[in-house]
Design a binder for this molecule. Structure first.
Ligand SMILES: NC(=O)c1ccc[n+]([C@@H]2O[C@H](COP(=O)([O-])OP(=O)(O)OC[C@H]3O[C@@H](n4cnc5c(N)ncnc54)[C@H](O)[C@@H]3O)[C@@H](O)[C@H]2O)c1
Length: 459
């Protein structure tokens, strides 16, 4: 039977994977692309740029979505070409130069999983070449790079997804639903942390002993950063260096803030202050391993002002409890991995009388009349303590938010739509505040940001 795109949409991808439609999660798209084309027989043909750790994870997730095929891989390091063929098949085309993929008319989508300093350039080149783009988080490495990516995306009419996958999972879908239903009242504070205590978790990935400037294509890797001589640590542990990575803020805060923006619908903070320290991993890195950021969210039509506090501690040898707590005037949402706990906590009407109170410091007679007046004013019901009510939500067993995130991307490609769950405007609104954390840390001052116009503000 000849498959049609419409039939595919009905039978496969998102419907089968149980994802909400993009329009349920985001504002209306800027526009719907008109001139979309998919390669023969409805397959989406994918090329990955950067087949390192996440390139492997992402490509595997993408290929679990029905109707997706990997055809090519670009990576600067030649050993990763060999590994690509071992894992994904000997016929996969491999190259060191991603631009070779962009001239091929049989590639529909490009997945970018390179170090952060390459994200903007490869994204813009891919969009200009008419490719749909899935770009890993953070969308850009510098705040100044965001606008050009958004402009290229709008001009291209192509579909783009930024890769903070957890928002496609059912925990964040549920968090959004609960917040919209007003279950925790008015948000006043959000805290989220992502601590670790192990060497690999602190980004010290294994380095091959035969890596050279030649087989890693070092000069190309450096791009527009200072022309340093070959240093395998700067290549294989690029997160530890500010020229190539984005520190704990870009690596981990970005996931926390993406989840919060998705669940609340907020566009972002207007004042960002971060403080930190290189406290434990003194291995030559030039970014902190402990960082705390305070982000002030302004009043909007939907929200009263609230604060968000983000923390990463790579030297937490104590008990690690990583969670995101969204606290409101009537309860909280506590998100931990695949589960979410809603606690509803309403104050009783009566303000309280006695106990740790000033009452006992007044004369006996006065206490009696005050108590009688209090009881006359507030009924027993008004005085009754309302117990905290907890409801736990768990994601379905085996749910994989990365596959769902890719499914949302491919589904939008098939529809010719730009309204993915994490489009570049959303992606930049999540990236810019975390990049501002780095600015704040290095400049030792608060950074002002306009989340609506997406521009830095002067004092
Ligand atoms: N969404 C998530 O949960 C998640 C998790 C981990 C990493 N990431 C993101 O994925 C990206 C990759 O991280 P990683 O841990 O896989 O890094 P990695 O070092 O393991 O892999 C990067 C790969 O890119 C290649 N490369 C570098 N510059 C290139 C270029 N110009 N052209 C082609 N190939 C190039 C390298 O050779 C390497 O194979 C980063 O942006 C990171 O923030 C996201």
């Amino acid at each position: 039977m000849k498959s049609t795109r419409r039939k595919f949409l009905q039978n496969g991808t998102l419907a089968g994977l149980g994802v909400l439609s993009a329009s349920q999660g985001l504002a209306a798209p800027f526009y719907i692309a008109k001139d979309w084309k998919i390669s023969p027989n409805d397959k989406i043909r994918l090329a990955t740029v950067g087949m390192g750790i996440q390139g492997h994870y992402d490509t595997n997730s993408a290929l679990k979505v029905p109707g997706v095929e990997l055809v090519a891989v670009a990576d600067l390091y030649t050993d990763r070409h060999i590994r690509t063929k071992e894992v994904f098949g000997k016929d996969i085309f491999t190259t060191r130069d991603y631009r070779e993929l962009l001239t091929r008319s049989d590639i529909d989508a490009v997945l970018i999983a390179t170090p952060d300093h390459w994200h903007d350039t490869i994204t813009i080149d891919s969009l200009k070449a008419g490719k749909n783009v899935y770009c890993e988080k953070p969308m850009v490495q510098q705040i100044s790079e965001g606008r050009a990516v958004i402009d290229a995306w709008k001009a291209s009419g192509k579909t783009m997804q930024v890769g903070s996958q957890s928002i496609s999972g059912s925990v964040f879908q549920e968090a959004k639903r609960l917040l919209q239903a007003g279950e925790i009242g008015q948000i006043n504070f959000i805290e989220s942390n992502s601590d670790r205590f192990n060497s690999i978790g602190a980004w010290n990935y294994t380095i091959p002993d035969d890596a050279t400037a030649e087989n890693t294509n070092w000069d190309v890797y450096l791009k527009d950063t200072p022309k340093l001589s070959f240093d395998p640590k700067r290549y294989f542990r690029w997160r530890n260096y500010k020229y190539y990575g984005t520190g704990v803020a870009g690596d981990l805060f970005v996931h926390l803030i993406t989840g919060v923006h998705y669940a609340t619908g907020s566009h972002g903070p207007n004042r960002i202050f971060a403080s930190g320290n290189l406290s434990f991993w003194k291995d030559g890195r030039d970014v902190p391993d402990v960082m705390v950021a305070i982000l002030d969210y302004p009043k909007t039509a939907q929200f009263e002002p609230f604060q968000m506090v983000l923390r990463v501690n790579f030297a937490n040898a104590g008990a690690i409890v990583n969670n995101t707590r969204i606290i409101g005037s009537e309860g909280q949402l506590d998100i931990r991995g695949n589960s979410l706990i809603l606690s509803k906590n309403k104050l009783q009407k009566a303000p309280g009388f006695g106990g740790y109170d000033s009452v006992f410091t007044f004369p006996e007679e006065k206490q009696k009349t005050m108590e009688a007046a209090y009881k006359a004013k507030y009924s027993e019901e008004d005085r009754k303590y309302i117990p905290v009510k907890e409801t736990t939500f768990k994601a379905p067993d085996g749910e994989n938010s990365s596959i769902l995130h890719f499914a949302n991307f491919f589904d939008n490609i098939r529809k010719g739509s730009q309204s993915t769950i994490e489009d570049p405007v959303f992606g930049f609104r999540a990236a810019a505040p975390v990049l501002a954390c780095n600015e704040s840390y290095f400049q030792q001052k608060p950074i002002l940001w306009d989340p609506e116009t997406m521009k830095l503000k002067k004092k």
